[in-house]
Design a binder for this molecule. Structure first.
Ligand code: 4AD
Length: 430
């Protein structure tokens, strides 16, 4: 019977056949231990010479790392293994013998591993991170489906920018200039006026010259937008959303989190509600912690975010930033014109900002004033103003960065491990 490694425990005592690669091997004169992987999981195959005979044993012993195989064997219970089983091998068919696989069990430098990313993703650690990424993607779609959001796909090739012009990726659209999307938000606002509650989930491009563990040039962003939803209600949705993602990963990726050595106790209490700190109070907290490099009106850098997050064991919202350091579309606080109704959600343990969101300006005259102030006078933004002209409503939205979320939940040091083929400041290959 043909099966996969993740289903082996359903076949205890039976003889099964799996397609697999050899990730590692140990052998003596009488017994060989094959570490097998097939994408669905990892399992140990045990080949006993006295059981299989000289020919099959010699074949097993001669296998090289990453050779591809069909392995037949009997499934045995084994409490020590992650899946609770091992395979007592009775036959091995070599499909392809790999020669000199470059990534050996010894330590390799990061650049070497990044150059071999197409092979590195086969390793147990990278496999676990990509499985967690997959689970997060599933949990995102599940949350929005269960809460009546429609998935809408904004364009990737755009004529205008949502998040300032400094990080735009320039390209050509025949004779015209075009840009790769740095946020789908403006389109999602239009979609919310058509479908009510919407979200997008797509590639996002930022030509950022930042070489940090949190920045990618190409990343995936989830951008919900909700008509008739004001700032505070949006924060409640965000905390429910993040709780759902974290709790789903804990439930469904137990083995992967174990492989990564993730301290699950740090994730278990990630349940709504999350603390909220105003920007004003965040500045006070930083001053108390001895930061003299920051004053009211400055944006936070990574060390500031980390210092604020350290005071909490859950993600924390920093709310109501000064209007001058935030995007043109954010609605001013009705009680205070100098700050806007926005929040960044900062993950614990130094993983930084994972969500940026706000209530949007819904008043036509005020939006026109912002256009003036930001010099958005060309026709590219005209359509966006019309959303305030025909049935304008209060509405809010936010953007969650997928890779930073994967890094935080899986405990990965750097976002380069959280996307299959990272695009970084100096990396376009493989
Ligand atoms: O705070 P940002 O720039 O928000 C927006 O783009 C809004 N238009 C979203 C919205 O309201 N619809 O980005 C949102 C999130 C950040 O919190 C971060 O998680 C992620 O996107 N992000 C990055 N992730 C990896 N590499 C980068 N260079 C990133 N820039 C932003």
């Amino acid at each position: 019977m043909k099966t996969t490694i993740n289903k082996l425990s359903e076949h205890v005592g039976k003889t099964v056949k799996i397609g697999a690669w050899l990730s590692n091997k140990r052998s003596s004169g009488k017994i060989a231990f094959l570490q097998l992987r097939d994408g669905s999981g990892f399992v140990q195959g045990v080949v006993v010479k006295s059981e299989v005979g000289d020919e099959i044993f010699a074949k097993a012993k001669g296998l090289t790392q990453e050779s591809s195989l069909y392995v037949t064997g009997t499934v045995k219970e084994d409490e020590r293994s992650a899946l609770g089983v091992e395979l007592e091998v009775t036959d091995v068919e070599v499909l392809h013998q790999a020669v000199d696989y470059p990534i050996t069990p010894k330590e390799h430098g990061t650049e070497f591993l990044m150059d071999h990313r197409h092979l590195w993703i086969r390793s147990k650690r990278q496999h676990a991170i990509l499985k967690i990424r997959n689970e997060i993607i599933h949990a995102v779609n599940e949350f929005f489906y269960n809460n009546d959001f429609a998935k809408v796909d904004p364009p990737i090739l755009t004529g205008s920018s949502a998040e300032g012009t400094t990080s735009l990726f320039h390209t050509k659209y025949f004779e015209e200039d075009a840009y790769l999307s740095q946020s789908g938000q403006l389109y999602m606002e239009a979609a919310a006026m058509a479908l009510g509650k919407v979200y997008s989930f797509g590639p996002t491009f930022r030509a950022e010259k930042s070489k940090t563990r949190r920045h990618l040039i190409e990343f995936w962003m989830i951008e919900p937008e909700m008509a008739f939803v004001e700032h505070e209600e949006s924060l409640e949705i965000q905390e429910q959303f993040i709780s759902h993602i974290v709790q789903s990963v804990i439930k469904r990726c137990e083995n992967e989190l174990k492989t990564l050595g993730r301290d699950i106790s740090k994730l278990e209490n990630v349940k709504a509600p999350f603390p909220r700190v105003s920007y004003d109070d965040a500045i006070k907290m930083l001053k108390e912690k001895g930061f003299d490099d920051i004053d009211w009106g400055d944006d936070f850098g990574a060390p500031h975010e980390t210092a604020i997050a350290e005071s909490f064991d859950k993600p924390v919202f920093i709310t109501n930033y000064p209007k001058d350091i935030k995007a043109f579309y954010m609605k001013p606080d009705p009680n205070r014109e100098d700050v806007v109704l926005c929040a960044d959600l900062i993950a614990p343990e130094g993983y930084g900002e994972i969500i940026g969101g706000s209530q949007r300006i819904d008043d036509l005259a005020l939006m026109e004033q912002r256009y003036e102030e930001h010099g958005l006078t060309d026709d590219a933004y005209k359509w966006y103003l019309e959303l305030r002209k025909y049935g304008s409503v209060p509405h809010s939205g936010f953007g969650l960065g997928l890779e930073r979320t994967v890094a935080w939940i899986s405990g990965a040091e750097h976002v380069r491990e959280t996307i299959p083929f990272p695009r970084l400041l100096n990396r376009l290959y493989p």
